[in-house]
Ligand binder design. Structure first.
Ligand code: OGA
Ligand code: MN
Length: 294
């Protein structure tokens, strides 16, 4: 298979053609996709919807998958296989979730800028989101280039944040929306994780910011000051010149590198339309967790 990489911007977002995710990829193809992700951080592969097994097999070319998917564990029946994360507004019988359903309220957190699984000990490297059904209007996904955002910071800010360590927790991002309805068991399963605010993106060697809504504290700073700084950095990063907006078609696979991006879902008419996406998540090779106190 010989793939073609069409850049959408000079160094951010590309569309890959000539690649069928339903067929086994050889090593050369896999390496070309990795090279595209290293440079562009987010890639679009258009095609037809494939089975869950085919989506899983394709993702496994890139590394081990996160199989502990789903933060809500109390009384949840899964709609998709354990190797996939259900990114939809549907219940296990494929009915649209009630607007007050606990799963739907939790999922609303995806509309905040975030990094996948940075609140877990081993965070997500590649998220591979595949569309089975889409909303005919709105419901886009936006991905933000945190390397370009870092480059555009002034030197004073770069120096200020160089050695900062932030604390990531899923309960921080959900609390932003007033969602606190977690069981003790759910809370215990996901303790806070420390991560550097600035990191070198291994794929490109470029420095990148690494934070979004799961980050709530910075070690050694008062919480209020930390939250203001996190907010300021996120506002800076979310400027239009750093953002790619993906308009979905059925069959698309959108892949982003969580090590140097943040992303969010955009709203759509959830009572009216089914939006059925399933995500395979390739984990980072190392935990990337900071243990030292600062
Ligand atoms: C995700 C996610 C955004 C969307 O799959 O991790 O945040 O648009 N999705 O559904
Ligand atoms: Mn996400």
């Amino acid at each position: 298979m010989s793939i073609i990489v069409n850049p959408i911007n000079a160094d951010f977002a590309a569309e890959i053609s000539g690649l069928n995710i339903g067929q086994a990829a050889d090593d050369a193809t896999r390496n070309e996709v990795v090279a595209a992700l290293d440079r562009y951080a987010v890639v679009v592969i258009r095609g037809e919807p494939v089975s869950e097994q085919a989506q899983i097999d394709f993702a496994l070319n890139f590394g081990p998958l996160d199989t502990i998917n789903g933060v809500l564990t109390t009384d949840i029946k899964r709609r998709v296989r354990a190797e996939l994360t259900d990114i939809s507004n549907m219940d296990e019988d494929s009915e649209i979730l009630d607007l007050s359903d606990r799963r739907r309220l939790f999922n609303l957190g995806n509309q905040l800028w975030h990094t996948d699984s940075s609140f877990k000990r081993i965070a997500a490297m590649y998220s591979m989101l595949h569309a089975h059904s889409v909303a005919p209007e709105r419901g886009e996904t936006q991905v933000c280039d945190l390397r370009a955002a870092y480059d555009a910071l002034d030197d004073e800010m770069k120096t200020r944040i160089e050695d900062m360590i932030s604390v990531h927790s899923i309960f921080t991002s959900r609390a932003v929306l007033g969602f606190e309805a977690f069981s003790e068991e759910e809370r215990r399963a996901l303790p806070p994780i420390r991560r550097p605010v600035v990191r070198v993106h291994p794929g490109s060697g470029r420095k990148s910011l690494f934070l979004a809504s799961h980050a709530g504290d910075i070690l050694g700073r008062p919480t209020a000051e930390a939250r203001l700084l996190i907010r300021e950095l996120m506002e800076h990063a979310a400027q239009p010149e750093f953002v790619y907006t993906h308009k979905w078609r059925v069959g698309d696979l959108l892949v982003w590198d969580n090590r140097c991006t943040m992303h969010r879902a955009r709203p759509f008419d959830e009572a009216r339309y089914q939006r059925d996406m399933r995500r395979a998540t390739v984990m980072e090779a190392q935990a990337g967790e900071v243990h030292s106190a600062a």
